[in-house]
Ligand binder design. Structure first.
Ligand code: PG9
Length: 632
């Protein structure tokens, strides 16, 4: 029962004269253990960039960690309002705070507090950027200012850059002409090639899921709001409107210059080629020790880090370029990494990356800390649930690897196996009016499933008449795959254009006593989409000759996985993945962004098997025992 309260006089219970908001309210001041300085750093063209510098009190001779962001430096540097630097900065900075680093966040030009013009992933100076500034010069000028003792007396003159996604892109750009004080770099899931496989397209299929980003990011200088989408189910919203261009007209995106540039460059022309950072990095390889980090299920930037690492490795830059791929969604590296969807990992894998890989590298190069060692590639083994540390990588590929790729063939009656099948084909009707959803409907891009969708159970679409499934018998021996699979599909269609989605799936045993709902789970370990018009050239699309078998060969995202005994390997093929990707009208039109409603037509697609048209996925199968290439 509530405690008896002493009777109160009416004067005590009535509000005071003037109401409940006093004329002055002064919270008690606590002494911060840090100082936060907000400065405008001048660039070579006179533009000043808003920069937040957070320094622990009484620190001296400290190294600097720099992140250049389009996402509001002021709030990036403020997790909570606190007198403690540890609580003030984001989770992923805790190790830097404990290590006595100076933390710097900067708004890139044109966003939030910074002056100048914002250009989406501003390309390097040249044909695609007629100004005299880019992220290479801005990073250089910023570092030059930061290491000047007159500006930041507490610094030791050494800088490391780190950041994920767009912030990872700005790290990669800084490497094209690094300031001598830039001693280490960690581009995390960086945007490297927006057409091939990062944010905007995958092999030419446009990612409707990212269109809202443009509204928020380029509709406004500071934080923007995204135009309303209408109904809850984005599957319906985007299907009803027709093309991405029609959506942009309806939602206001057509007013945005970057949208207009994208619509003018649907193919992999000089616009995209000229800003492909893997090419630029290979042409200007740096000596800055760099960790390229990427999630194995990164739903946004799945392509960039590994491609950049490979491009540099091909240039002989192996000693100072390291690849780390963990079991993560996009930018999960800055959060907790114990699980993804229903999958639990061994400990906090993101923290392991930060504390056991990144920090030792920073400490070594920025503070003369203990010797730093990292093998060429550290990749989570998503089948056996542990890190693999490889002295060389990939272990299997088309040319020049310890093992060749091994084709697993699509066989008759839904079979899948390493033996070629007899000749034949499997047909399905792909109907743009009923595209295959990438997640069970209703699909709302903000329904909280975006981050995990790449590990979603593919039973949601298995069995649809427009999804064909091929599956091995239950495995009696483990099959280890380590590298990038290649989809190699021979197909004909009654249409003159079309998309191909290929998924490599680990099918779990039917029964799982500890977690029954995982029985039979279809976990995609690698999947991607390919727009058929680009089968011969990414730069020059051509109509598909109706009824003629064509080959669609494309690389799938990297895997490091063991299919365990009791599991099965599955391949699914389908022609849409919607609303994540825009629909292919299946009738060749010059520009799919501008397709009319009447252009969308049903097509019968036949996937060929056996003989000269043996559709397969070339898997990076390697011997199960890889101890010879594991770092000690
Ligand atoms: N993936 C986001 C992005 C990067 C670059 C361009 C557009 C979007 C991001 O998370 O920053």
């Amino acid at each position: 029962a509530p405690a008896q309260q002493a009777p109160t006089k009416s004067a005590d219970v009535a509000p005071p004269v003037g109401g409940d908001i006093p004329a002055k309210f002064t919270p008690p001041s606590t002494a911060n253990d840090y100082t936060r300085r907000e400065v405008m750093i001048p660039m070579r063209d006179g533009t000043k960039l808003f920069t937040v510098i957070v320094v622990a009190k009484n620190v001296q001779n400290a190294p600097i960690v720099l992140t250049r962001t389009p996402y509001d430096a002021g709030s990036r540097a403020k997790r909570t309002t606190s007198s403690s630097m540890l609580s003030t900065l984001p989770l992923a900075d805790e190790m830097f705070v404990r290590g006595g680093y100076i933390r710097v966040y900067q708004d890139i030009r044109g966003k939030y507090g910074s002056e100048g013009e914002y250009v989406v992933t501003r390309p390097v100076i040249g044909p695609l950027n007629k100004t005299k500034v880019d992220h290479v010069t801005d990073a250089y000028d910023t570092i030059d200012w930061l290491v000047n003792k007159a500006n930041l007396p507490e610094s030791n003159g050494r800088v490391g850059m780190i950041g994920s996604s767009y912030e990872g892109f700005t790290v990669a750009m800084a490497l094209l002409n690094p300031h001598p004080a830039l001693k280490v770099a960690v581009p995390e899931s960086p945007m490297i090639d927006g057409w091939m496989g990062d944010d905007w397209f995958h092999y030419g299929a446009f990612r409707l899921a990212n269109i809202a980003w443009l509204g928020g990011q380029t509709g406004y200088k500071a934080k923007g709001s995204v135009p309303p989408t209408g109904g809850y189910d984005d599957y319906d919203n985007f299907r009803e409107i027709g093309s991405a261009g029609a959506w942009a007209d309806k939602s206001g995106y057509s007013q945005l210059p970057y949208w207009q540039r994208m619509v003018s460059h649907p193919a992999y022309d000089e616009f995209w080629q000229g800003q492909a950072l893997d090419r630029l990095l290979a042409a200007n390889p740096s000596n800055v020790p760099t960790i390229w980090e990427q999630g194995l299920w990164d739903q946004e930037d799945m392509y960039g880090a590994i491609t950049a690492w490979e491009a540099l490795a091909a240039k002989g830059k192996t000693g100072n370029n390291f690849l780390v791929m963990g079991p993560w969604r996009h930018s999960q590296i800055n959060r907790e990494g114990r699980s993804l969807g229903p999958f639990q990992w061994r400990g906090d894998t993101a923290e392991q990356f930060r504390e056991e890989m990144v920090l030792p590298m920073f400490d070594h190069y920025l503070k003369d800390g203990p010797a730093f060692t990292l093998p060429a590639a550290t990749i989570y083994n998503t089948g056996e649930n542990h890190w693999d540390r490889f002295t060389q990588w990939p272990l299997a590929c088309e040319k020049g690897c310890p093992s060749p790729l091994k084709p697993i063939y699509l066989q008759s009656a839904g079979g899948l196996g390493f033996d070629p099948s007899g000749a034949g084909g499997d047909s399905y009707v792909s109907d743009p009016a009923k595209p295959v959803p990438h997640l069970p409907r209703p699909v709302n891009f903000n329904d909280g499933r975006w981050g995990d969708w790449l590990v979603s159970d593919q039973r949601g679409v298995d069995g649809r008449p427009d999804v064909i499934t091929y599956e091995t018998p239950v495995l009696t021996q483990a099959v280890r795959v380590s590298g990038a699979p290649i989809a190699d599909i021979y197909a004909k269609t009654t249409g003159t254009d079309g998309d191909f989605v290929v998924k490599v799936i680990d099918v779990y045993p039917d029964e799982n006593a500890t977690d029954p709902k995982m029985g039979g789970y279809q976990l995609p370990i690698s999947l991607d989409i390919f727009r058929g018009r680009y089968r011969d050239s990414f730069a020059r699309p051509t109509a598909i000759p109706a009824g003629k078998v064509q080959r669609y060969k494309f690389r799938l995202p990297t895997v490091n996985h063991v299919f365990k005994p009791g599991h099965r390997i599955m391949v699914q093929v389908q022609s849409s993945l919607f609303p994540l990707y825009d629909r292919n009208p299946q009738k060749f039109v010059p520009n799919i962004f501008l397709a009319k409603k009447t252009d969308y037509t049903k097509a019968t697609v036949t996937i060929e098997r056996g003989g000269a048209n043996a559709s397969a996925v070339w898997l990076p199968v390697v011997p199960v025992d890889q101890s010879a290439v594991m770092a000690k």
